[in-house]
Design a binder for this molecule. Structure first.
Ligand code: GRF
Length: 211
């Protein structure tokens, strides 16, 4: 591509991953940040960086599909090459997801396929895992179920709690998400019906140290 990658993001929370993406100064244009929560801290992060924002409230729509058509329609209007779900906490209508096949990624705080959904740190501790991590995957209709492209790992110690795991993992998420977006921006990571890295189909997730 002879121009910077156009990137939009969807957010629901405080926006630390979005802030990390902005701070990484990648060769990208952040064209829009959208949210299902008008008060999300992440929207302020975007505004502070001069990125256009939109917020839509699910309760203003008859059902999930109508809400998703509105929000994702606004995202499409911004003409992003890539949509990043950076702490976007809503399930997305399957037909809407299909429109974004190969063009949307999500960051999830577990070593997928382990612990799809919520409470990943608690579930990791309950299982007695000695290792925890974060994954970036392409978005498909299955929640946290699309092809995983890269992961970052942390060791779990006997003194760890949900809070310490969340805190330590977040530091790794803040490296992982920009690393993956950077790999897409430079063309190293592409989608061709499946993820390709340096032209070769990914048979297992990349470790962040290889990005
Ligand atoms: C992160 O842990 C991310 O993995 C998960 O939601 C959290 C968002 O945090 N999907 P933030 O809003 O980026 O600070």
């Amino acid at each position: 591509m002879d121009r910077p990658l156009r990137v939009a993001a969807l957010v629901s929370g405080r926006g630390s991953n979005l802030a990390a993406l902005i701070a990484a100064r990648l060769p990208i244009d952040m064209v829009l940040v959208g949210s299902d929560k008008a008060k999300a801290g992440a929207l302020q992060v975007a505004r502070d960086a001069g990125i256009p924002t939109v917020a839509f409230s699910p309760k203003d729509y008859a059902d999930r599909a109508a809400f998703d058509r509105a929000l994702f329609g606004a995202v499409a209007d911004a003409q992003p090459d890539l949509l990043v779900l950076a702490g976007y906490m809503r399930i997305i209508d399957a037909a809407v997801v299909a429109d974004w096949a190969g063009r949307a990624i999500n960051i999830h705080p577990s070593l997928l396929p382990k612990y799809q959904g919520l409470h990943t740190h608690r579930r990791c501790l309950e299982a007695g895992d000695t290792e925890h991590g974060a994954s970036v995957h392409y978005v498909t209709a299955e929640l946290d179920g699309g092809p995983v492209v890269a992961q970052a790992r942390i060791a779990v110690g006997p003194a760890d709690t949900e809070e310490t795991l969340a805190q330590r993992l977040l530091v790794e998420e803040h490296k992982l998400l920009p690393a993956v977006v950077g790999a897409i921006a430079t063309g190293r990571l592409r989608w061709n019906g499946q993820p390709l890295f340096d032209g070769t189909p990914l048979t297992c997730p990349l470790d962040i140290t290889h990005l």
